[in-house]
Design a protein around this ligand. Sequence first.
Ligand code: OXD
Ligand code: MN
Length: 655
Amino acid sequence: MSVDPSELKPFKSTQPGHSSLRQISEDAFYVVNEVVIKRLGHIPIHKGDFHLLPPKVQRFVAEKAELMRPRGIYICDGTQHEADEIIDKLVERGMLSPLKAYENNYICRTDPKDVARVESKTWMVTRDKYDTVCHTPDGVDPIMGHWMSPEDMSDELDSRFPGCMAGRIMYVVPFSMGPLGGPLSKIGVQLTDSNYVVISMRIMTRVTSEVFDIMGDQDFTRCIHSVGLPRPVKQKVINHWPCNPDRVFIAHRPPEREIWSFGSGYGGNSLLGKKCFALRIASNIAKDEGWLAEHMLIMGVSRPCGREHFIAAAFPSACGKTNLAMLQPTLPGWKVRCVGDDIAWMKFGADGRLYAINPEHGFFGVAPGTSDRTNPMAVATFQKDSIFTNVAETSDGHYYWEGLEDEIKDKNVEVTDWLGNPWKLGDAAPAAHPNSRFAAPARQCPIIHPDWESPQGVPIEAIIFGGRRPDGVPLVFETYGWNHGIYTGACLKSEATAAAEYKGKTVMHDPMAMRPFMGYNFGKYLDHWMKLNTAERKLPRIYHVNWFRKSRDTGKFLWPGFGDNIRVIDWIIRRLDGDVGIGQETPVGIVPTKGSLDLEGLGPVDWDELMSVPADYWKEDAVEVRKFIESQVGPDLPAPIRKEMDDQEARINAM
Ligand code: OXD
Ligand code: MN
């Protein structure tokens, strides 16, 4: 077979017509394989054996190395030895410092310009715009999914990626989302020039060279990440945290199962297994293969009689998913065990039940607000082998953030804030950034479920949606069925969060808690959910909860939350058992009848306000929701979901 000589020319960023998306064709690759490897000759392999990689990974690595021109390639194996080596290097360089009060805990500060997911610079790239977004009226920007054409993406990549790793090492990180080789699991390979990303990926996913052994004919998701600051660097690198905030660009190509991320080193922008793969790309794979990839925690709840029920729950970012997943019940005899705190991949099994796995391997939790009072199990999880980013630090080697005020043992201890400045209680600015995080191995959670790594997953009986709703929304309600549940999820709203670039406390729509993570047209997504309802399946029941309602008089929270949320879960489980007497119909769903929640041992609770469905609030809400759905989903809204909206509106208007 002859080879097109142009395939063999070195990659030149200035070459007219070249593209970052240029790929060596399959046929050509096998013929030129040796040549590709030779062409890599000028890029030393610092670790690993390139020849032992599966050919399609060799090709991926070779193409991208040629494009990004790192000074060396490091093929990760995911071992402890490897992690220790990288951590030692980062400590020596001053990027990480040990938190001396713990075993193997490290603190890291980012460039203060790189602190959150950048939704406005995150794109889905499809040939047809309406594969990504819904048909919105002229002048209305879709808020679910940002679309970019392949041509525009190609230009954006070409202005960033050629030569972007100059002077840096390119790490090749093989990882599995879900237990290695499991029927619901998927594999990926991330290329990155950030060693912070390498050690974080090792906590958050299963990084192992065994991924290459099991790859066989399976496809893998290609993840390309660069901090976007080639050497020599012409500006000061703040906190040893290279990044390029002005040029951040994160793009997904769902049909190609490919992710490109440039300019940020933090969180969901750079740990590409998480939001980019496990939600945006995976929801596309799930649509094609008939399953669900959702922004949901998974918990196992055992009741005093010993029976266990698995529940999945979707809440927007920073609404307490991690706290709920690790809830410490205040009712005697109850036990909660955590399967996952952020993402669920769910597929119906042969027995008609919906099985869920947590595709992740660690927790990347919001630090502020996490304490022995609010989430002792998370605290126990991150006592060792964890990384803390943008938190504050005490002079005796502890982490510190808002919410730990009462837990500082030595009140004279000095605190250094997330910016590296001295800080003291009462200072106006927070000690830790509101989106500061801990990354901790899930297996260290004292209440991790024994089946959390079961390849088949756990059977889900109930799905809960929820958000921060200060007004109008009752503590809990059950929806009237699968389609009403989907409609309720589509209407999900919550106060804005620090996990992304938004400011303030406005209540924003976050349909299915997936607004920032939607991988394709939201109307088609609702349709996909609806079509999972077939006669032979046992569908989970769908609920809505709101721990955050405030009194209209006092402005104080009406419900204590945290461990007392078990009282709501108890009610949900009794409903699953078929106890109809504990529910009463309202226009939005079935709320608990008075006295049907176990409130034993709680202080006074204003039941009437907590459970009320105020007509004034819901009438206004129905108008606002219709406007939102018409403008954001419009003609893409499946007719049965439109009917749910019409019916609910009619019920509300009859109030
Ligand atoms: C997260 C988020 O980091 O939802 O989990 O923002
Ligand atoms: Mn999340």
